[in-house]
Design a protein around this ligand. Sequence first.
Ligand code: ADP
Length: 544
Amino acid sequence: MLGNMQSQGLLISDILEFAAQAHPDANIVSRSVEGGIHRYTYADALARSKQLANALERLGIKSGDRIATIAWNTYRHFEIYYAVSGMGAITHTINPRLFPEQLSYIIQHAEDQYLFVDLTFVPLVEKLADSLAGVKGIVVMTDEAHMPESSLENLLCYETLASNESPEYQWPCLDDNTAAALCYTSGTTGNPKGVLYSHRSTIIHAFAASQKDALDISEGSRVLPVVPMFHVCAWGVPYSAPMTGATIVFPGAGMDGASLTELIQSEQVDLLLGVPTVWLGLLNHLDEVGEKLDSVERVVIGGSAAPVSMIEAFDKKHDAMVVHAWGMTEMSPLGTVCAPGRYLRSLPDKERYALQTKQGRAVFGIQIKIVDEDNQELPHDGQAFGRLLVKGPWVVERYYLSEESALDDQGWFDTGDVATIDERGYMQIVDRKKDVIKSGGEWISSIELENVAVGYETVQEACVIAARHEKWDERPLLLVVPVSGKSLDKQDLLAHIGKYVASWWVPDDVVLVESLPHTATGKLLKKDLRETYQDYFLSSAKAM
Ligand code: ADP
């Protein structure tokens, strides 16, 4: 027997309609790309999204068409999210940090009809001109006064395109399984793969993400997503914030410590979200200028592991609680959150910091399990580690345009991560499967070693990779970027690491480097480093 309730679909357009009506006091504040702060309400954003939807219809955009963006977090990007998905088309957010070949590949693979680009990225798009044959037009996200000189054909101005249109538009009543947004993984091996979110998956994810035990976004929150809208939809904040009546503060192109500090302080932001690299820049800047953040209550850190030194610095220096979260493009992205609930808050500082280095508990809707090589489920004892598998209504089923399922025969998605789960359900990422170091048959976590290394005062950034070893098969090699202008003694650093990990985990050597390579999403790019350093111990053994 079926229930007797309304089966109205869960549609993205309804979020903005709701916010405009129910939360007239909430704002969208943006550092604009042209300079200056732009500020308006959700009702304003709704009217402009409708104008843009009318403009797109006039350009011939139909349901299911892909509209790409290469853009910072600003109000115009937000309007595109709602106009495009709301009308039944697909917002394809492109990460400008991808290699040019990858950019060309995904624009062609997605068969994007129009490309919306911020002024910053016009030169980047000019370089891709040869691969844009299928793109009908490029819309520069600015006004007529700021339109650039460009060699690109079919250049349109965002404000001119939308401003003459009516702010009246009837959103179509879509099936909520209709595709809404497309995001490609950064693809460190092989071509990037597209993950196609639906209206339904996006809305359920936004509900889950807003909860107190997740990102805790609610009416009155002032949220600054530093995580880009081109990286897994800024972790869903552009949906969660209007759904709950929070004010969003968009940083535009200003991701450096000084710009962020200025915006956080002037807008009295209480919730920050982003990857560790961004927070390193912010904390360093605050140390340099001797400033304290006075409004920030919580900092959500994900994308890479949050080191304990960062958790402690936010707590002790800025009274801000780090909320460690884990997820991936394939999961919209939220999987687990180490929320500051009653238990976590009850712990003494040191134990609390240690718990906060874990990526936390699954949010309701996501099931997690760890399995061994034979797919046998492992115990939740905080010790046993194995492949982390997930299931849930906002987890990918197949990649865009792929015929094959991305799941195993029980419907689980293999995240490619290796993790432990403890008795209380807290999950901790040990490593990416491909990055784990196998020394004499035992596993060593590169992430844990990196986290300990960055706690050493003259280490700016650390990366641990497996290098081949005659006796142990693989041994950890530590690559370190020292804090500029500071000296670093390798033996002291290794002794520091030895205080926190088993002696056989301590890396065999340290290499000082000027910088480390990163992926388009800011993670350490270990593949190239492994190739460069794989024979490090073999060749030094020969040299001895
Ligand atoms: P990419 O496109 O670079 O793969 P994703 O955001 O999809 O970007 O990357 C997901 C991966 O990032 C996860 O599978 C995991 O390895 C890593 N990751 C995400 N959050 C964390 C975290 N809090 N701690 C450690 N690793 C993380």
